[in-house]
Design a protein. Structure first.
Length: 541
């Protein structure tokens, strides 16, 4: 195993002595190499000016093993900063090669390894025990608070399950305990409590909503009395059959297969009005045959669960973090500044990438660029004085990939919010329709992702696209009907038909613009999907 070497003269403590050559070498040579290999390190492709050990806090985990909690500040060339959580410890035999930060040499001889402490059984066991005991520990800077949730109370005192690090690492790291509990460790730090922790705990312990993970505990660092930083969230395991996204892809693939076999002309497939609520009882029989009863039943069930989540989030009248609010000029200014800024950045990106687009994507892009002023007018048409519904805490990044299929039901998870948004923006109370817009955009993506896979289909692309568009209209119509019905029966203030329609279309527009940036950066071949979504709204097509 070839890893960077770090030379010390006496002990590991030398690593964290300010202005020492050893610390400077660790910051400039060791940390950049390690962090850029990690999937959870968001800034790996950015222009970074400086890696800085902002905090290095000794942390006793077992009585004998000394661990350091490192908060690594990343300073970009733009002078913006990000902070990452990295607990480290010393070992001679690493559990996992991926965990090794560097080899430690003392007096020119190999001494051991500095590793990410999450990959040591001692650290994982100690963390679980601290959460079970609701411990509060004094650090060299501030305190570390471990909080136990109701879901952990069934574990007997002193019963520490075996643990491992989940291998499918993404933006965070996840520890698995006995197959019953998941501890999500937030790598990227924010100067506030993570909305994932707040929302999970609220839905699990302060509401009657049953379709989100049970809160088992949390870890917070409080550097001073002014704010707390979320480090971890523990949840009870949810038995599931996979993501709703993958299930939707299978269902949609079945639709296209049945449509192709039917020999049906496209005119025989009804084209309902865009975003018009549709009762399942009034669905044309042809859609039941082609879409399948199971898909339509799932669409109905998920719409109901989405509304029930919003009803729960609307229910609190005490906690100011969750109390519903009305619209006002402050909110309008915040929203318009945010969306207009995003629109400008996406348009600049679209113009600079125009030559790389072809076919329908190029056609749509050119038309959208030519209609920029019309799009701006639509965005600026937001008038809070015409809105009578309530703003609430919402999921904020709601799509089929954030939803688990649990037999014939669903579990909604991952309440961190939009990755591009600041931590404060993620907590702003917004229209429930924004979550519904996210769900509808996800259905749209699922339809087109399936179309893109139909390489061997006997049907031409334009026919698949038209059939998929009609399928999409029917699916979101059913979803909207049961969402609105459940919301209104549950007392959720979403306004009347005109207001619902306005807010839904507004936020679908916002979502499609947001997606444009992601696809141009990450998946240019998929940029057609958000472009098509924008065109649908511009032309009501």
């Amino acid at each position: 195993m070839e890893v960077p070497k770090l030379h010390i003269t006496e002990s590991l403590k030398e690593l964290f002595v300010d202005n020492s050559d050893i610390k400077a070498n660790f910051e400039s040579e060791i940390l950049p190499v390690f962090l850029r290999k990690m999937r959870w390190f968001h800034a790996k492709t950015s222009n970074i000016r400086l890696f800085n050990l902002q905090y290095a806090m000794p942390f006793e985990i077992s009585g004998t093993t000394l661990t350091y909690i490192l908060l690594v500040e990343i300073v970009f060339e733009t002078s913006n900063t990000e902070t990452y959580f990295l607990p480290v410890t010393f070992t001679v035999e690493p559990e996992n090669d991926l965990s090794v930060i560097c080899a430690i040499h003392r007096d020119e001889k190999f001494h051991g390894y500095l590793v990410d402490a999450l990959y040591t059984e001692t650290f994982r066991t100690g963390i679980f025990k601290y959460i079970s005991d609701s411990r509060k520990l004094k650090l060299s800077t501030g305190t570390l608070q471990f909080k136990k949730g109701k879901a952990l109370r069934k574990v007997a005192a002193g019963d520490i399950p075996n643990s491992e690090v989940l291998k499918l690492e993404q933006s965070n790291s996840t520890l698995v305990y006995g197959g019953n509990y998941y501890l999500k460790i937030y790598r990227k730090m924010f100067r506030d409590k993570n909305p994932d922790v707040e929302m999970t705990r609220f839905l699990s312990e302060k509401s009657d909503f049953k379709n989100s993970p049970n809160f088992a505990g949390s870890i917070e660092w409080t550097p001073n009395e002014k704010y707390s930083v979320s480090i971890g969230l523990m949840q009870e395991k949810v038995e599931n059959d996979g993501e709703a996204w993958n299930d939707a892809l299978k269902e949609i693939e079945g639709f296209f297969e049945r449509f192709a076999k039917s020999g049906m002309a496209i005119e025989e497939l009804p084209k309902v009005e865009l975003y018009k609520p549709i009762n399942l009882k009034k669905i044309p029989r042809v859609f039941n045959d082609l879409a399948g009863d199971s898909m339509l039943a799932k669409v109905k069930k998920l719409a109901i669960r989405t509304a029930e989540m919003h009803i729960a989030l609307f229910s609190d009248r005490v906690d100011r973090n969750f109390t519903p609010e009305s619209y006002g000029s402050d909110y309008s200014v915040w929203l318009l500044n945010r969306v207009m800024s995003m629109l400008d950045s996406r348009f600049n990106l679209l113009v600079s990438n125009l030559e790389q687009l072809s076919g329908k994507a190029r056609e749509y892009a050119e038309e959208i660029i030519s209609r920029k002023e019309e799009i701006k007018d639509r965005i600026l048409d937001f008038d809070e004085q015409k809105l009578n519904s309530s703003r609430i805490r919402i999921h904020g990044d709601y799509h089929l990939g954030q939803i688990l299929l649990t037999g014939r039901d669903f579990c909604i998870l991952d309440f961190e919010g939009e990755p591009e948004s600041t931590i404060r923006d993620r907590k702003v109370k917004q229209p429930p329709m924004k979550d519904l817009a996210g769900l509808f955009r996800s259905y749209h993506y699922a339809v087109f992702a399936t179309i893109f896979k139909q390489n061997n289909s006997e049907l031409p692309l334009d026919l698949l696209t038209e059939a998929g568009g009609r399928y999409y209209r029917m699916v979101v119509g059913v979803s909207l009907y049961y969402y609105a019905k459940t919301a209104m029966e549950g007392g959720l203030n979403i306004g009347y038909a005109n207001e619902i329609d306005f807010l839904l279309r507004y936020h679908i527009f916002e979502k499609a613009i947001y997606e444009l940036g992601y696809e141009l950066h990450a998946r240019p071949d998929w940029v057609l999907i958000p472009l098509k979504g924008i065109m649908q709204l511009l032309n009501n097509d």
